[in-house]
Design a protein around this ligand. Sequence first.
Ligand code: HEC
Length: 155
Amino acid sequence: MQKNNYGGLWLSVFAITVWGAGVARAEDSLDAETKARVEKFEKGPSTVNVSKYPQGIQDNYEVFSTKCMQCHKLSRPINCDFVLADEWSRYVKRMMRKPGSGIDSADGKKIYEFLVYDSSVRKKTMLDKKLAQATPADKTAAEAKIKEVRDKYDK
Ligand code: HEC
């Protein structure tokens, strides 16, 4: 009985260690396709020139650039092919849920707004292409979400 308890204890220690290593080294669990894709993203620029963006978006960029480079390079989100508000909302939530992200919902919202704004400027070609492929209803909904963010910050 005593022996089994120790066994359980050591198993927990082992599990926690493995889990901890998994947080620090995000890449290990990726399938080959995802790995190739994210490596390509990470080869691109690792900063965004925000000097022409509204002050509020520049402030949000600070949050983005601190929080979103804890587990991987910032160039990953900067060069990935997400541009629509819904894509960002889904992905920011997914990243917030990862163990140890330390991103609360207030930060999550600022990051989301930065990414939506930035995509509407820097990734406009990709955005327009995706909007053109969407159904009329989805296109209208997607444009409304972008407009909401732009109206909040553009003055
Ligand atoms: C706690 C660790 C962690 C943090 C913090 C984190 N990420 Fe990630 N990110 C990951 C992991 C792990 C993957 C690969 C697996 C996946 O997509 O879930 C990833 C993948 C990505 C991808 C690649 C998507 C693809 O598969 O094409 C993007 C884009 C991304 N993250 C954006 C962000 C953004 C934006 C933030 C800040 C809100 C962020 N990440 C913060 C762990 C993190």
